[in-house]
Design a protein around this ligand. Structure first.
Ligand SMILES: *Cc1c(COP(=O)(O)O)cnc(C)c1O
Length: 381
């Protein structure tokens, strides 16, 4: 599949070549661990053992690379497995990382509780301010990590500006593109070195699979990551790879609808008397609105808001949801609601990343916008 096709076409066709044996138009689920060799070392298509490579996973990996404009894509068992592989490939004891002051709780936990035990240190900086990130660099810094839009405060960081900071310092910029998806935002084209995904979210899109991905356009780095992916082994299984590849085919139309519904939800919440603040990069009053408009095609499906009356009131709102499902995760076709302080971000309580108690996070799905607005209005009472 040539790279000059548009995103919507690549989403459906990249990596999805018809099965050479039968002509099946969808890559089969190669539910297999090992491959018959034609004489010792005589591999068919390079396949030898499914931790190293599996044809269904290859199809997904080629698709991921095409969608992010990279040369190498790698699929993992979860987003955190992808992050772990990346960090253990890039870092050694003594190295330092700058992480954002608003990040997925599990990412923070990986740095604070796991990677730190191996002698890697980190500083927390406001990544919406490139000067603050530059000021947090030390001679030992190897990586700047950023999530934009961020989870759960929907902060926006200027990828191009941070890529400039990283380049000047000779460090790598990693962008977690989970909230935007490659349809809305292309970090490699903006100068990032590595894109991270939890494919569990918008890429899979149907709340039926857990997966992760890394995409790079530096082929030497890609080979190093692939070496570690095989050496450490947290690969995506064939069925999981197939589900993500299937989900990606509708990514563009889903993201358009997610963004449209989220815009309506954010507008309604802005006018609601019980809502004290709405965090959505599509709103002109959002501090990152201009940057988001510059680097994103639309503003995505995630909306957070703060409720009058504090934490108990926010929990009460979540408990009254009917059409929105009370649950963790995001990015599926169905709308979800959660209380970050007590759910997804419980692991950052007491840290510099602690989130406000009166915060509610929505993953706005692709149901009828009218029905979603009606449910939110009854929740807010
Ligand atoms: C969910 C998520 C992760 C972790 O991915 P898993 O698939 O749950 O391991 C990382 N970053 C962001 C922004 C996420 O939302």
């Amino acid at each position: 599949m040539s790279d000059d096709h548009s995103f919507e076409t690549l989403a459906i066709h990249a990596g999805n070549t018809a099965d050479p044996l039968t002509g099946a138009v969808v890559p089969p689920i190669y539910q297999v661990s090992t491959y018959k060799q034609d004489g010792v070392g005589g591999l068919r298509g390079g396949y030898e053992y499914s931790r190293s490579a599996n044809p269904t996973r290859t199809a997904l990996e080629e698709n991921l690379a095409a969608l992010e404009g990279g040369s190498v894509g790698l699929a993992f068992a979860s987003g955190l497995a992808a992050e772990d592989c990346l960090l253990r490939t890039l870092l050694s004891p003594g190295d330092h990382v700058v992480i954002p002051n608003d990040a997925y709780g599990g990412t923070f936990r990986l740095f604070a509780k796991v990677v730190s035990r191996w002698g890697v240190t980190f500083s927390v900086a406001d990544s919406s301010d490139p000067a603050a990130v530059r000021a947090a660099l030390t001679p030992k810094t190897k990586v700047i990590w950023v999530e934009t839009p961020s989870n759960p405060l929907l902060g926006i960081s200027d990828i191009q500006a941070l890529a400039g900071v990283a380049r000047a310092a000779g460090v790598r910029l990693v962008v977690d593109n989970t909230f935007a998806s490659p349809y809305l935002q292309q970090p490699l084209a903006l100068g990032a070195d590595v894109v991270v995904h939890s494919t569990t979210k918008y890429m899979g899109g149907h709340s039926d699979v857990v997966g992760g991905a890394l995409i790079v356009n530096d082929t030497a780095l890609g080979e190093e990551l692939a070496y570690h992916q095989n050496a450490m082994g947290a690969v995506a299984g064939p069925f999981d790879a197939w589900l993500v590849l299937r989900g990606i085919k509708t990514l563009a139309v889903r993201m358009d609808r997610h963004s449209e519904n989220a815009t309506r939800v954010a507008d309604m919440l802005t006018r609601h008397p019980r809502v004290t603040q709405v965090l959505y990069p599509g709103l002109p009053e959002h501090p990152g609105h201009e940057t988001a408009a510059k680097q994103m095609k639309a503003f995505g499906g995630m909306v957070s808001f703060r409720v009058e009356g504090g934490e108990e009131a926010a929990v009460e709102v979540c408990n009254r949801a009917k059409l929105f499902t009370l649950g963790e995760s995001l990015g599926g076709v169905e709308s979800l609601i959660e209380h970050p302080g007590r759910m997804t971000h419980a692991s950052v309580v007491g840290s510099a990343l602690e989130v406000p108690g009166d915060l509610v996070r929505l993953s706005v799905g692709i149901e009828s916008g009218d029905d979603l607005l009606a449910d939110l209005k009854q929740m807010l009472g």
